[in-house]
Design a protein around this ligand. Structure first.
Ligand code: DQA
Length: 151
């Protein structure tokens, strides 16, 4: 069987990781996060496609691209998680398993961060565990894909 492909999508301002509010998001850069994901994918024997954009429309288009190409989506929608019904609709449209990741614990922060639209499309949400949340999400997504293939 072909190796499953998991697409890892990152939303706005995550290109600023490392310099952006390190007391909230830590010192790891987006390149470090990509390396964490590449290493996790090698260990799990899955392929990944890791991307970041500041544009809502681009993020929506990238979700569409996953249909017929990927087996799962790991997404840190960043602020668009809290605001974008378009992103939710895209995630629902592609009919793929989705895991939502937030580096910070959004429930400990301002009230407007407590709700995310994306969560309605997500099998699970990982938040507050720092950048290691990405590796955990890839592990969980791989398990879910393998479980589905066993049926
Ligand atoms: C974030 C949390 C969001 O509330 C925020 O807008 C981000 C990053 C996180 O990873 O903790 O940009 O998604």
């Amino acid at each position: 069987m072909k190796r499953p492909l998991i697409v890892v999508l990152n939303g706005p301002n995550l290109n600023m990781l490392g310099m952006r509010q390190p007391e909230v998001y830590g010192r790891a850069t987006l390149d470090d996060v990509e390396q964490i994901c590449i290493q996790a994918a090698e260990r799990l024997d899955v392929g990944i496609d890791f991307r970041q954009t500041n544009g809502e429309g681009e993020l929506v288009s990238w979700v569409h691209e996953c249909r017929n190409r990927a087996q799962g989506i790991v997404i840190n929608p960043a602020a668009y998680g809290h605001t974008s019904i378009a992103l939710l609709d895209a995630l629902l449209a592609v009919e793929l398993p989705v895991i939502e990741v937030h580096i910070s614990n959004i429930h400990r922060r301002e009230e407007f961060r407590h709700h995310t639209y994306c969560s309605r499309a997500a099998a699970g949400v990982i938040c507050g565990l720092g950048v290691r949340g990405y590796a955990l999400a890839l592990q969980a997504m791989t398990d879910m894909i393998l479980d589905e293939n066993d049926r």
